[in-house]
Design a protein around this ligand. Structure first.
Ligand code: SF4
Ligand code: SF3
Length: 556
């Protein structure tokens, strides 16, 4: 076995990728990612120990841990060289926080620290070649007990998704030291052999609480910077000028691309998870912001080929590019791929320099049209609550019988046709609430509306699942319902990568019960951990379409 990864829904055989990732991740990159995460746990160890002797290093360690964790989520970064550099940096930072802790300890206690140190806090080498071997040793399977391993990984993946959302907020100048503190405490806890299954279950629940806090922070950052999303008909067609296609989740990158392409004779389009950007007031002012091109991430091989111009991946999900368009792919931020141009970070107080992409676009043909027409978007909490009276009236007079939350991710597997079929099978009295790229399985079906309310209400990106929580809470308040589980809302969630794990834990944290999860339950959940989730939260796997729809409509 040369690697082991089971962090996403497409893990080989729903057990784990052991030779190469289904996502395209090589064993080298997988092992380097495992070593990086291990060292981040070592950094977290010292940062948390330092607090015990009165030194808070979170400003220094928090952002570092957040940014590096983000690069290890599925389909973000495939570049071994970048991981080698990040490991160098992690070793350097760990050394520096170790020294700060040791000095503070000595000063406070009048003697050298002689407590235990986990290996993640001590292992080091000068030889880059050893990174690969070490990564293989310290990965997922290094925890032997299956339940402890399952809980440690569940926590780690929840924190990875949290890191991604926290980073988006951070880029927009919103941060919260509590979140950094929790991320470190959680990572440090995964090194602690004295913690029981119960301790770790409690930490899983706490991860959910902090997931809610992080998503709320990002919601604040997005809406304060770009306004509240408003109901919008998003154009699916193309113009006849060359274009730049922006994918991923980073709104700041999109903003800077739009600014830098003004009057350049180049248009800008969104792909995948960037689609919701079309509904933000701040971006609507740009005449050369044309609309959305294509569908969800896994279709990029065909769609990027046809786009003809440069494509910028601001985050996941990147599929290893085909030679036919590889020279037109650019990455930035957490994203990376060996041999693909990477746009460097933002200088203090300045903008990223996208001139290379803009000049490239000018040499390209305009995009080949894939489709025409529009799709509705922009139904985040503010716009849905703006029509709350109408919604409540429709519920009270029976026009709306049920809301079905179908948020989450999309993926390659044929089994995901389930979500298209459920959308088609749901009766006309059901409204789908969605967020994340899961929506591409049904957002172009013509499902009509209920008294002007579209039957697919798209709140935005996966992080905007927070909006769906706010909508549920506000509806409960307006309808005088104490428990959100008493609302006519069901949850039929699709997951793929670790941000969906974060979203799932957030939903559990706000008390949602009876979630259907598919297309498969995570490979990283052991039988006993599944039992805990079933007993406490009535989580269930998806079943047959017709039967599930009947149960959903019956509130089961
Ligand atoms: Fe396999 Fe998913 Fe890990 Fe990629 S991220 S190696 S597909 S489990
Ligand atoms: Fe999609 Fe990757 Fe998860 Fe943000 S873009 S939802 S899969």
């Amino acid at each position: 076995m040369s690697m082991f990864c089971y962090q996403c829904q497409e893990a080989a055989g729903n057990e784990g990728c052991t030779v190469k990732g289904v996502c395209g991740k090589t064993d080298d990159v997988a092992n380097l990612q495992d070593l990086l995460v291990y060292l981040l746990k070592g950094v977290s160890f010292y940062a948390e120990k330092a607090k015990e002797v009165g030194v808070n290093l979170d400003q220094k360690t928090g952002p570092f841990i957040m940014k590096k964790l983000f690069t290890t989520i599925t389909n973000a970064n495939f570049d071994a060289e970048r991981f080698e550099e990040m490991i160098d940096e992690a070793l350097e930072l760990r050394e520096s926080v170790k020294n700060e802790f040791m000095e503070a300890y000595k000063e406070k206690n009048g003697k050298e620290y002689d407590g235990e140190l986990p290996e993640a806090a001590t292992w080091t080498t000068d030889n880059v070649d050893e990174y690969y071997q070490k990564g293989e040793e310290v990965g997922v399977l290094s925890t032997k007990d299956e339940d402890i391993r399952s809980l440690r990984e569940l926590i780690t993946y929840g924190v990875k998704g949290m890191a991604a959302y926290a980073d988006h907020a951070y880029i927009l100048d919103e941060s919260d030291l509590d979140i950094f503190e929790f991320m470190q405490r959680a990572l440090k806890s995964t090194l602690d052999d004295s913690l029981s299954v119960d301790d770790l279950v409690n930490l899983v629940m706490e991860t959910g609480d902090y997931a809610v806090q992080t998503m709320a922070l990002l919601d604040k950052a997005n809406t304060e910077n770009y306004g509240h999303p408003e109901p919008t008909e998003v154009n699916l067609g193309v113009n006849d000028r060359p274009g730049i296609l922006v994918s991923g989740h980073d709104l700041k990158d999109l903003e800077e691309i739009l600014e830098q392409t003004k009057n350049e004779g180049v248009d800008v389009y969104t792909h995948g998870e960037m689609l919701p950007a079309n509904s933000y007031p701040a971006f609507k002012d740009y005449d050369h912001f044309i609309g959305n091109y294509g569908n969800s991430w896994w279709l990029q091989k065909e769609e990027f080929d046809k786009f003809n111009g440069p494509v910028l991946l601001t985050t996941n999900c990147l599929v290893p590019p085909k030679e036919s368009y590889k020279d037109r792919v650019y990455t930035t931020g957490s994203a990376g791929f060996s041999g693909v141009s990477h746009i460097e970070g933002r200088p203090e107080g300045g903008q990223k320099d996208f001139s290379e992409i803009i000049e490239h676009a000018k040499q390209c043909d305009s995009p080949t049209e894939l489709e025409t027409g529009t799709i509705p978007g922009g139904f985040a909490h503010e716009s849905v609550m703006g029509v709350a009276d109408k919604v409540i009236e429709a519920v009270e007079n029976g026009d709306i019988e049920r809301f079905v939350v179908m948020a989450g991710c999309d993926g390659r597997h044929k089994t995901r046709e389930y979500y298209t079929d459920v959308a088609k099978e749901l009766p006309e009295e059901a409204v789908i609430l969605t967020a994340g790229c899961a929506k591409f399985r049904y957002n172009k079906l013509d499902l009509g509306d209920i008294g002007g309310i579209p039957r697919v209400l798209d709140a935005g990106q996966c992080n905007d699942s927070y909006s769906l929580v706010v909508i549920a809470q506000k509806l409960a308040e307006a309808m005088g319902v104490d428990d959100i589980n008493d609302l006519p809302i069901s949850y039929d969630i699709a997951w793929y990568e670790q941000k969906a794990v974060t979203v799932l834990l957030a939903l559990l944290a706000v008390g949602v019960k009876g979630i259907r999860l598919g297309p498969t339950l995570p490979a990283f959940l052991s039988e006993n951990v599944v039992k805990v989730l079933v007993e406490n939260f009535d989580i269930k796997p998806i079943g047959e379409v017709k039967e599930d729809v009947e149960k959903i409509m019956a509130g089961e």
